[in-house]
Design a protein around this ligand. Structure first.
Ligand code: SAM
Length: 387
């Protein structure tokens, strides 16, 4: 089968985990960079990566690259590509341009020129042009413009891969599913080990943990961009889907626990987990962090505390953190705990020293994942010094 070049994007900080996933999918020539991973493989491998990756945001198929200096160079480069070979004139499309050190004055104008080139190429080949749809297009074309080089991609994912195809109700500031899955991986949690999110919000960690524990491929309930491309190999795709489906375990309790102090959040988490058909795998309760009783002698605790965005919240949080630290020290020895936050004061205010601090990005927000291992006796002595 013919080999293609791909680029998978992901939240910054999770590139190494994405390398592992792509390797497991059979990708070749894997090259991580900031915010994504380049690789090569055949189309079924690309389907498999879309279906199985919990970390990737999108998987892009490279269809052209070269050097440019002006918008007109981009028009010529895009016009040269045989778009009608890749999608039908009846498929509507959009062009998304990303510039990194791009010398052009207006990325909007570059977008327009690339769109014109694609339409002109269709007109020349089939006598009419496809429509534009910037909301729910059949086909997405991505152009990456560096200082001197362009790359054109067809998006094989369609909607971003963190959209698992579950209709989800949300609270304020839910985490993206792929960031949550990456944090679970970074925590070293393995199915069978007790897992607790005591600030569960809409239940993102719980859902991702349940899907991992039950071997549910993250893309098993959704459609993908590659299904709209002309080279779509339906036989290969249904085989991969079938294989994935046959590995799903029956839904039983997985020692996954979630709680939140806000009853609305607990209700929303319940609704989301129920809609995914995973309620039996998870136990939910409405309880404040400071009152949580550990469900087992040891386990993994992961939480994403509220961010202090509104006025007055900063002080509220500064009051909450020491209480959280106290609760951990009193009750959670034997647990490995992880906190994702933008608030760098968290460990200090919890009066606990983290053994690891991993930089991650929640969208544009720079965060840390603090690892705090609650060993018996003084945590301060055992943990690595800050720095
Ligand atoms: C940033 S949100 C978590 C979002 C969640 N990870 C998601 O993806 O939906 C923070 C959550 O902490 C909860 N929370 C705030 N203070 C709490 C406390 N003292 N005990 C337990 N939960 C608390 C809030 O109700 C909110 O749902």
């Amino acid at each position: 089968m013919s080999q293609h070049q791909f680029f998978a994007t992901c939240p910054r900080g999770l590139e190494a985990l994405l390398v592992d996933e792509l390797t497991a999918c059979g990708a070749k020539n894997i090259q991580p960079t900031d915010g994504g991973v380049g690789f090569s493989g055949d189309m079924p491998m690309c389907y498999q990566a879309n279906l199985q990756s919990r970390i990737a945001t999108r998987i892009l198929w490279q269809v052209g690259r070269g050097r440019y200096a002006t918008e007109d160079d981009l028009y010529q480069a895009a016009y040269k590509l045989d778009w009608p070979q890749w999608f039908n004139v009846g498929s509507d499309f959009m062009v998304k341009v990303t510039g990194v050190k791009c010398p052009l004055k207006s990325l909007e104008f570059a977008t327009l020129r690339i769109k014109d080139a694609v339409c002109d190429r269709f007109r020349q080949a089939v006598g009419s042009r496809p429509y534009i749809d910037t909301k729910e297009p059949d086909v997405r074309i991505h152009a990456y413009l560096a200082a001197e080089e362009y790359q054109f991609y067809l998006d094989t994912s369609g909607n971003a891969l963190y959209q698992r195809g579950l209709r989800r109700a949300s609270i304020e500031a839910p985490l993206r599913e792929n960031l949550a899955a990456g944090i679970l991986k970074l925590s070293g949690w393995q199915p069978g080990t007790p897992f607790l999110d005591p600030m569960c919000g809409s239940g993102t960690f719980l859902l991702e943990a349940a899907m991992i524990a039950l071997n549910i491929a993250p893309g098993s309930g959704r459609t993908f961009g590659f299904e709209k491309l002309k080279n779509f190999d339906e036989t290969a795709w249904s085989k991969l889907r079938q294989q994935a489906k046959s590995k799903i375990k029956p839904v039983t309790f997985q020692k996954i626990y979630g709680s939140d102090t806000d009853l609305r959040a607990v209700r929303i988490a319940k609704q989301n987990i129920e809609q995914a058909g995973l309620m039996e795998a998870v136990q939910l309760s409405k309880v404040d962090f400071t009152e949580v009783i550990p469900p087992h002698g040891e386990g993994v605790l992961v939480a994403n505390p509220p961010y202090g965005v509104r006025i007055g919240e900063d002080e509220e949080l500064a009051a909450l953190y020491p209480k959280m630290g106290e609760a951990l020290k009193r009750k959670f020895s034997g647990w490995n705990t992880y906190f994702l936050t933008t608030d760098m004061r968290l460990p200090k205010l919890m009066r606990l020293a983290p053994s690891k601090r991993t930089p991650l990005f929640n969208g544009p927000l720079e965060c840390r994942l603090f690892e705090i291992k609650m060993v018996a006796g003084s945590n301060r002595k055992d943990a690595v010094k800050e720095g």
